[in-house]
Every structure is written in structure tokens, then in C-alpha cells.
Write a protein that binds this ligand. Sequence first.
Ligand code: NAD
Ligand code: DAU
Length: 331
Amino acid sequence: MKILVTGGAGFIGSNFVRHVLAESDHTVTVLDKLTYAGNRASLDGLPEDRFSFVRGDIADADLVDGLFSAHDAVVHFAAESHNDNSLDDPRPFLETNIIGTYTLLEAARRHDTRFHHISTDEVYGDLELDDPARFTEQTPYNPSSPYSSTKAGSDLLVRAWVRSFGVQATISNCSNNYGPYQHVEKFIPRQITNVLRGARPKLYGSGENVRDWIHADDHSSAVLRILERGRLGETYLIGADGERNNKDVVELILQGLGQPADAYDLVTDRPGHDLRYAIDSSKLRRELGWSPRFADFAAGLSDTIAWYRDNEAWWAPQKDATEARYLEQGQ
Ligand code: NAD
Ligand code: DAU
């Protein structure tokens, strides 16, 4: 297949492109606007005969139309992705996550293109810490933040375009990813790079919030499996049974970098901060035979720490501006 990957210069998109080129014979075109979150360097060194890059906006209907006519399938990662930014200025989230997705769906409808939409477990809201339940494909939508509400809106657009116009789409909702090439605004890279720079990790609130961590390469293998074998019109939850509270993750990072386990600061909590996410991915495992490769979170985190230690040239240009933004927010 010739696959168009939107947002392929971002964290998960760039990991997905590498995965596809390494594990299949497909060719890939990336369409990416290169916002503050996109980095062309995350795609350096890929084989020119199977990979090309187009800089542009998913909301540019003419550009999108031309690209859809030249590809067999589209995997749609492009989004404004950071909750804290969405609390500060929601508008770009509406423009990219809603209008951008709408623009792609209209092109998929015109060209009858196979379309896979990447979404998040945050569309389901949050769970109590002591609740044995996990999210399933049947959990009602209940998003909390401007970011997650625009992702929920984009999922509903995809479902409507499937039902009303017969678009050949699938959706996946994944839990929190970690791994190489993640922007330093996000929790794990922020704390690793703080420690590498001699600063202390910053935990929001009491640090008890739980996230369900999955390595980005496991997310990629699941998405490729759904693209190749998923049932059209279906939603699949992706997760790797990686629940940890934020304090435990920070302690592992400090330990991995030879620092005392309590060398962190508690800072102002995020408004509306979701308490806990947890994914039941049994549908994906049962129907498509998928399973994660990075079963051991501590080992995957240790590889990730090593990657940030070895790739300061990749993250250093973003670090000061990111921390200046957090300082303004008291975080
Ligand atoms: P990211 O912020 O690292 O990357 C987003 C990419 O999209 C960037 O390269 C950016 O330049 C590009 N982009 C933004 N607006 C664009 C536009 N209008 N046109 C073209 N390109 C544009 O995000 P990420 O963490 O890699 O997330 C990718 C996708 O996965 C998102 O849809 C997100 O909702 C979803 N997701 C993320 C996680 C996670 O833990 N990070 C978990 C589940 C789902
Ligand atoms: O669940 C999937 C979602 O995971 C994706 O849809 C989002 O795109 C992705 O950004 C992520 O959202 P979170 O809000 O969970 O991720 P973030 O990295 O911002 O924060 C993870 C947890 O760590 C959360 O409980 C907030 C907390 N946190 C975050 C930062 C940046 C801190 O305690 N300190 C920090 O400095």
C-alpha cells in the first residue's frame, strides 16, 4: 500500500513511520504542518525510495484532495495533542482536531480511501483510583478537557461519515505512550530532561493520578494490524496493562538517573485533571491476535531514559521555551 500518514513528524507518527518501513513493504508519505510539536529531524535517515515528506495543513482541502488521490490508505495522527496547552488556548485544537479531521473525511469520502483515525482513551473521561473497571469499546464518552473533547468530536465525525457516507474507516483509542522522539512538554520526557539538566521533576497535585503506559512501538504495531486486518467501521482500544501512578514513574526516573527517590517538587495541579485511565484491550487481542512487545514498563522506561541522554541535540532546542511556558502557568 501507499500510505499517507498525517502528523508523521510528531512523536507517535514518526515512531509509526519507522515501524511501517521496518516491518512491511508499504511506502509512506508524511503530511505534517510542522507546528511547535513537529520535528523534521525525527524522520531523518529514512529510505528515499519508500518515504517522502510534504509540509502542509490537514485543513487545506486542495492539498489534501491531491494527496488522497495518490494514496491507498490514510493513517491520521495529526492533532494538537497536549492537555495543558488546550487549557491555555483551545482554538488550535478545534481547528486541527475538528476541522482538520472533517477535511480529511471529506477527501476519504470523495476518493473512497481506507482511513484509520488515531484517538485517545481520554474520550472516556476518567476512573476512580479504587474502581476495578477499565475502559472498553462500550464505555460512554465523557471527555474532560478541551483537548479530549475535540478528540471525542473527531471520533464522532468518523463514525458519522462511516454510517452516512460509507467511508471505509476504523478508529483506535490508545492509552498514554512513552518512548523516543516525544516532545519535552509531555510528562516522562519533561522529567527525564529536567534531571539531565540538573533541575527537579515536577509532579502535579499529589502525584497520585494514574496513567496506563504503552510503548510507542507497541501502539504502532497495533495500528498497522488494524489497518491491515481490522473490520471496517469498528473501534479498537489499544493498551498494554501498564497502569502506574505519576509518583511511581518519577521515582523510577530518578532511580534510573542515580538521584534520590524524593528529589522532586509537587506543583500546582492541572485544572480538571483526570484521575485515572485504564484500558481493556481484549477485543484487539482476541480479534486481531495483537500483543505488546514491551511488557516490562521499567525496562522500556530505562531505554527511553538512555535515548534522551544520548539525543540531547534533538530535545535541547525545545527545552527552554517549554519550561518558560510552564513557569508562566506555575507548573
Ligand atoms: P504530537 O503533538 O507529538 O504530534 C502531532 C503532530 O501533528 C506534529 O508533528 C504536528 O506538527 C502535526 N500537526 C498538528 N497540527 C497539524 C495540522 N493542522 N496539519 C498537519 N499536521 C499537523 O502528538 P502525538 O503525541 O504524537 O499524538 C499523535 C496522535 O495520537 C494524536 O492524534 C493524539 O491525539 C493521539 N494519541 C496520543 C497519545 C499520547 O500518549 N501521546 C495517546 C493516544 C492517542
Ligand atoms: O491518555 C492518552 C493521552 O495521554 C493522549 O491523548 C495525549 O495526547 C497525551 O498528551 C497524554 O495526555 P496526558 O495529559 O495524560 O499526558 P501528560 O504527559 O501531559 O501527563 C501525564 C500525567 O502526568 C498527567 O497525570 C499529568 C501529569 N504531569 C504532567 C506534566 C507535564 C505531571 O505530574 N507533571 C508534569 O510536568
